[in-house]
Design a binder for this molecule. Structure first.
Ligand code: SF4
Length: 73
């Protein structure tokens, strides 16, 4: 399911509904997949997008905090 959602770029469902970040990237699912889907690659891609979004949100919050600090002086 994760690979399908990732392929559809529904990354928030991957994270919120299917435990995306719990995947340890062991590759077992790819190994046993009868359709030979590269599931881990889709999972890694989804994790990358989520981490980039989290980093952007963190940077935005830090910038806003700095802006508030500068305005208070
Ligand atoms: S790579 Fe596949 S089998 Fe391994 S933890 Fe992630 S989802 Fe589970």
């Amino acid at each position: 399911m994760l690979s399908i959602l990732s392929q559809r770029e529904d990354f928030n469902s991957c994270r919120d509904d299917y435990g995306l970040m719990n995947c340890v990237e062991c590759g077992s699912c790819t190994f046993v997949c009868p359709a030979k889907r590269n599931i881990v690659q889709y999972i890694k891609n989804a994790k990358g997008v989520i981490r980039a979004e989290q980093a952007a949100a963190k940077a935005k919050a830090a910038a806003e905090q700095a802006k508030k600090g500068a305005a208070a002086k």
